[in-house]
Write a protein that binds this ligand. Structure first.
Ligand code: SF4
Length: 277
């Protein structure tokens, strides 16, 4: 069922064509699936596909969806709150919210599906760990505070608004994400900034700017992930003109050097450094 086919994008950093998305209802058979990600026991993904459309996204390969429709055709699991109501009676452990798609992508503003799931979770003792690239998460801070031991990670990859607009065309601007991170910190929720991935074409001074912007939010934890190259990704990056050459994307020594640099800068700035996965 197509419920939506309209222009949605409103951002000071996104002057390009408005994006259109087809949304369709998918009845899930299970709400919480086992997760093998570090620190998580269970995974909750209200959406299938992601309107943020990041060029470096490897999730389509993980869930075996075509990259071409990942951001333009998004499923929503409308029956998740009902399933959670039953499953949370017996399933225990840390729930990762948004392990393969963003739980606060633009559709959530209208559907409130992640919010309804959090309302079910808040009636139980399961800790939650939310990862998002959207400031929409701040809408739910009060609710999130009512869950057991909540944690929120906000992904930021660059301070460069125009670069982010090319790489993450459907996501809120970096400025909005830094503001959201600041609000999460102020709400006394365990917060971390996810630099995922560390973009191989950033220079040291770009990474320093990024870490300084994170520190300015009051957040004291930084998690990093490396770029996970998948078929078609190099081509997409070249076509976006975000990069002139893709040789750095396969230069593992260079990427290792970047991770070490970020770690050293974290130490200098008094930030806790962690690696993802
Ligand atoms: S926000 Fe995450 S899941 Fe969504 S497109 Fe970007 S990398 Fe993929």
């Amino acid at each position: 069922m197509i419920i939506r086919d309209l222009d949605f994008f409103i951002s000071d950093a996104r002057p390009e064509e408005p994006v259109k998305v087809k949304a369709f209802d998918v009845k899930a058979r299970m709400g919480l699936t086992p997760s093998s990600l570090p620190g998580l026991n269970l995974a909750l993904n209200p959406y299938m596909g992601c309107e943020h459309g990041c060029l470096y996204c490897f999730a389509p390969d993980v869930v075996k969806r075509p990259r071409e429709t990942w951001s333009s055709e998004v499923g929503y699991r409308s029956n998740l709150p009902v399933l959670l109501n039953h499953e949370l009676r017996t399933k225990r452990g840390v729930i990762g919210v948004g392990t393969v798609t963003d739980p606060y992508q633009p559709l959530e503003k209208m559907l409130l599906l992640t919010r309804k799931c959090l309302m079910e979770i808040s009636r139980h003792d399961n800790p939650i760990s939310i990862l998002t690239k959207s400031d929409l998460v701040t809408r739910d801070l009060e609710l999130i505070c009512s869950t057991a031991r909540p944690e929120i990670g906000i992904t930021v990859t660059t301070t460069d608004e125009m670069l982010a607009a090319k790489l993450e065309p459907g996501a809120p601007s970096p400025r909005r994400r830094f503001e959201a991170l600041s609000q999460v910190v102020k709400a006394n929720i365990e917060a971390y900034a996810m630099i995922g991935p560390v973009l191989p074409f950033l220079e040291d001074r770009d990474l320093t700017l990024l870490l300084e912007a994170i520190k300015a939010t009051g957040c004291t934890r930084v998690m990093v992930d490396r770029l996970r190259l998948r078929p078609g990704l190099e081509q997409a990056l070249l076509e976006s003109k975000a990069v002139r050459t893709t040789s750095c994307l396969t230069d593992h020594a260079h990427m290792g050097g970047q991770a070490r640099f970020v770690r050293e800068e974290c130490i200098r700035l008094g930030l806790r450094f962690e690696t993802a996965f």
